[in-house]
Design a protein around this ligand. Sequence first.
Ligand SMILES: Nc1ncnc2c1ncn2[C@@H]1O[C@H](COP(=O)(O)OP(=O)(O)OP(=O)(O)O)[C@@H](O)[C@H]1O
Length: 232
Amino acid sequence: MLQVNQLNQYYGAAHTLRGISLSVEKGKCLSLLGRNGVGKTTLLKCLMGVLPVAAGNVSLDGRDITKLKPHQRAALGIAYVPQGREIFARLTVEENLLMGMATKSGKKASVIKGEVYELFPVLKEMLHRRGGDLSGGQQQQLAIARALLAEPKLIILDEPTEGIQPSIIKDIGRVISLLRERGDIGILLCEQYFDFARELADTFVVLSRGEVVASGSQQEMDDDNVKKHLAV
Ligand SMILES: Nc1ncnc2c1ncn2[C@@H]1O[C@H](COP(=O)(O)OP(=O)(O)OP(=O)(O)O)[C@@H](O)[C@H]1O
């Protein structure tokens, strides 16, 4: 579904991404691992079209999207949950969710809403609370829920466990597992939390200094080698 081929990106003279290739399949989770500053967020921004690429290409379901703008990629079915969540703090939970459904209407909207409330029951209880008053973990759930309401083909999650309490990390892991089991969505999970990323991965890619230093199926993962690339 998502193919990335020989992607290169620069911040000024700094060569931040060096020949990155990877693919995410429908119904599968790719875990993208690497310590702070190796270029994970930069790569995700390039995939979403927030940053331009210097060379290489990105395609979705065989269509070259390298030059498309973020809103065009969103319309084609890519949803991005950025690091730090970026929910609307002054809007209620319900209003935040409505933002995710801007393109849906009527019956369809209520069906999708029902599915998302099933995945995140806590949000249903907090519909009228302001986003900014939720805990960090609840905000992360809200950001993922909002992304899912757009019914994406591919969801990109940038470090969803960062700064989140263990019980909510478990809830988020359960949701990602359920999405995998559903089989109709590709998941690109960017993480530094090894156990979480390993458990959910069908495939993995490890970045170090802007380059892919290890990749393969979950069964092929050499835990010690990957952890070495995550240790500070
Ligand atoms: N806007 C920018 N201008 C210049 N350099 C940047 C910019 N954003 C990031 N960088 C640099 O690019 C490199 C990769 O950063 P990036 O944020 O992609 O890393 P990361 O792996 O996502 O780390 P983190 O988990 O801390 O976000 C880092 O050296 C960072 O300092």
